[in-house]
Design a protein around this ligand. Structure first.
Ligand code: ADP
Ligand code: MG
Length: 145
């Protein structure tokens, strides 16, 4: 991919970094002159994916989360990668209301939220190896600024 610009950050799997991640992405994509609605959609999706990496991937333990963000014209690409426990059944995990942490106030709607706010959401995962979430969104699609 020939990005106009891109950035990559690594941070500890610590719930405080959920806010750091979404704010970092929001700051970076300001270069593309996004609408407030685009920014909000992207921040929410990053937040869901990073939270999943921390609480499911690393189960709130030690680990490093990798976040990539790039853009080409008006398409934003985001990857969130963990080297945690991985997802056994991706199709099932992505179903609305499906969660493996029923006892911990999870809603099971994280993937549904990502799919609602982004144009594409792809999940690559291997049990015991980790998970990569690849999301794209064309910004400034229809709305007037
Ligand atoms: N990075 C990840 N590593 C391991 N499992 C994950 C990861 N992301 C999601 N999952 C699995 O997919 C399920 C659904 O995720 P999600 O839709 O965000 O709902 P919730 O986080 O509320 O459980 C999780 O309960 C978990 O089992
Ligand atoms: Mg979730």
């Amino acid at each position: 991919m020939n990005y106009d610009n891109s950035m990559r950050i690594y941070f500890k799997s610590d719930s405080r970094n959920e806010a750091f991640a979404r704010i970092s992405v929001a700051a970076f994509i300001m270069q593309t002159d996004p609408t407030l609605s685009d920014i909000s959609d992207i921040k929410t999706s990053v937040s869901e994916a990073v939270t999943n990496a921390i609480i499911h991937g690393y189960e709130n333990g030690e680990g490093i989360v990798e976040l990539f963000c790039g853009y080409e014209n008006d398409v934003i690409y985001i990857e969130i990668i963990d080297k945690g426990k991985g997802i056994e059944n991706i199709e099932k995990a992505m179903m609305p209301l499906y969660t493996t942490k029923i006892d911990e106030e999870r809603s099971g709607m994280g993937f549904t939220v990502m799919e609602t706010f982004m144009d594409t959401v792809k999940v690559e995962s291997k049990k015991g190896c980790g998970t990569k979430i690849i999301m794209t969104k064309k910004i400034n699609a229809t709305s007037l600024k």
